[in-house]
Design a protein around this ligand. Sequence first.
Ligand code: ATP
Length: 242
Amino acid sequence: MSVEVPENRFLEVRELTANYGNVQALRPTSFHLDKGEFVAVLGPNGAGKSTLMRATMGLVENSGSVAFLGQETKRNNPANLASKGIILVPEGRGIFSPMTVLENLELGAYLLGSRSTVTGERMSKVLGLFPRLKERLTQIAGSLSGGEQQMLAVGRALMAGPKLLLLDEPSLGLAPRIIGEILEALGQLNREGLTIMLVEQKAPLALRLASRVYILSLGRVVAEIDPREIKSHDDLAHYYFT
Ligand code: ATP
């Protein structure tokens, strides 16, 4: 079904809810992403940030509507969303630990049946973005450091040629220096035109990159803000607990 949206609207999510059994983790909530944006989703622990991403991808029981490029998606079919170009890098990364770095990357392209020339170009791009992966192509993914595993998770997502990248807390459990490297790469990808939505617990990191921020509290979007308006933690706390 087609959905009436502005021309540069990438993702239009309306009245999205999500349930885990009897627990409603997301109350009817709406948000959107425009082409080329870098949008961050912030909020306290348990606010529903991961659930928002999972529901958008159809990975949890949900209702409401999700339209990508003006077309309603089949939300209960994550593979369908991936084939349209929406790729999620989940919290915990979801890499295949017993496989090598190279195999993980190849799988990112293979799952969507990309042609080999395209796969080669994407591989060069990923290895240019994350030289640490280039040095470790034959290493078993499970033996990488946490930061390298996160790079691999992002790299594998890029191998699928995403139009929209959803990232769930890529900084989780990582040292500041490696977080910096990953964020630098995300900033570069966005400057090159990739639309990104980032869920982050560490607000200052997200505020540095995002051009627009949604605040989630108690399972729904409670505010949409310009990151330049946030000068201190108190400014955010004001939104978190309203
Ligand atoms: P955090 O920042 O701590 O990762 P979050 O904002 O991402 O939190 P979610 O993980 O989306 O929050 O969780 C939202 C609510 O849904 C919480 O109350 C959580 O306990 C609940 N929840 C999440 N996953 C499940 C699940 N698999 N089964 C039952 N309840 C769940």
